[in-house]
Design a protein around this ligand. Structure first.
Ligand code: G6P
Length: 366
């Protein structure tokens, strides 16, 4: 039947707030890390692969881009991520021992399906999908699958599909790490415990909505915005910029913060709000000097920090502090304020949030 809006103004807002439940459902039944989570043939396939190629479009491409950091650092597996519409047409060098991973909310995106077929035509037979629709073409076409349980997503701008994809990709990372002998029992238990705590952690991030709404009032009056992140959170900055573009029609770009000096710094004036994804990780000190470069040019900083980040609010520096520091799973929490920022900025500008102009929920033609 029809999905009810309940107390929410838009499906996008409802879907943002459904994320604790969506993650819990996606992880339901996961007792331990085992290849079986991905299908009967997974144990045999995972034993034969020594690299990963991720293919996807749009928001799904960004979850894949974050997963690359996990796959290389935790599982020690060389990983590349490609935009499906590029991969399908370029000459590339196939490596048969590759695990080809497609990521798709709908499982029907034409470019991603074509990229999968292209990889197979080059002799890469080990295919896996992270997909939200069990009955989709993508799940049928791939040898292995992890079906996320976000539930039906109606808003064109993807939210809960993204965070559940990240959950599925983290499970894939842990599974490959275990198969490759890089995950001991204590590490497995610690990761599983952190994953099980995600719904509660997400709930406490969602409670920051009023603070994000205050930011959105300022963003609604801007024409441009810059998003910065480093490492694992660079793809989160990209996703934050995409959300803002899609539904508020504000021109937004994301950069890895270390690249600021190679171009985008020229754009920074007092008219350029700069969103910084700033969890307390090993790159925080570097990020702080990037922030000073922005302040020195009069750019206003909007910082998503966390419990352990020592950055204080002051004139020109606005800080929203996520209640917990979340280690490897931090991207799943840090994307939420960016989703809310895009949502409330779009509401303030009066755009059609659930059906932004020129965009489709699922692009099934080229
Ligand atoms: C469209 C949607 C995006 C989505 C992309 C990929 O552009 O508007 O929200 O990320 O397709 O879709 P998929 O279903 O393959 O994840």
């Amino acid at each position: 039947g029809a999905v009810e809006l309940g107390p929410y103004r838009h499906y996008m807002q409802k879907e943002i707030f459904e994320q604790p439940r969506a993650i819990a459902d996606t992880l339901e039944g996961v007792q331990g890390i085992t290849p079986d989570l991905f299908g009967d043939k997974a144990a045999s396939v995972f034993g034969q692969i020594d690299r990963v190629l991720i293919l996807a479009c749009g928001t799904s491409y960004y979850s894949g881009s974050a997963a690359r950091y996990w796959l290389e650092s935790i599982a020690g597996i060389p990983t590349t991520v490609e935009i499906a519409s590029e991969y399908r047409y370029r000459d590339s060098v196939p490596v048969p021992s590759t695990l080809v991973v497609t990521i798709s909310q709908s499982g029907e995106t034409a470019d991603t399906l074509a990229a999968l077929k292209h990889a197979r035509s080059l002799g890469m037979e080990h295919t896996l999908t992270i997909c939200n629709v069990a009955t989709s073409a993508m799940v049928r076409e791939c040898k292995l699958a992890y079906v996320t349980r976000a539930g039906v997503e109606i808003g064109v701008a993807s939210t809960k599909a993204f965070t559940t994809q990240l959950a599925g990709l983290f499970l894939l990372t842990l599974t490959l790490a275990k198969v490759k002998g890089r995950l001991n029992e204590a590490q497995e238990a610690a990761h599983l415990k952190a994953m099980r705590h995600l719904p509660a952690a997400l709930q406490s991030v969602l409670a920051l909505e009023p603070q994000v709404m205050a930011w959105a009032e300022a963003f609604a009056r801007k024409d441009n915005a810059l998003f910065l992140g480093r490492g694992l959170h660079y793809p989160i900055a990209l996703e934050g910029a995409l959300k803002l573009k899609e539904i508020s029609y504000i021109h937004a770009e994301a950069y890895p913060a270390g690249e600021l000096k190679h171009g985008p710094l020229a754009l920074v004036t007092s008219e350029m709000p700069v969103v910084v994804v700033a969890p307390h990780d090993t790159l925080l000190e570097k990020l702080k000097s990037n922030m000073q470069e922005v302040r020195a040019r009069g750019g206003e900083l909007y910082v998503c920090a966390d419990a352990d980040t020592h950055i204080q609010a002051e004139p020109g520096i606005h800080v929203i502090r996520l209640p917990e520091h979340y280690g490897a799973l931090s991207p799943i929490l840090h994307v939420v304020p960016l989703q809310l920022l895009a949502y409330h900025t779009a509401c303030a500008r009066g755009t059609d949030v659930d059906k932004p102009r020129n965009l489709a929920k699922s692009v099934t033609v080229e």
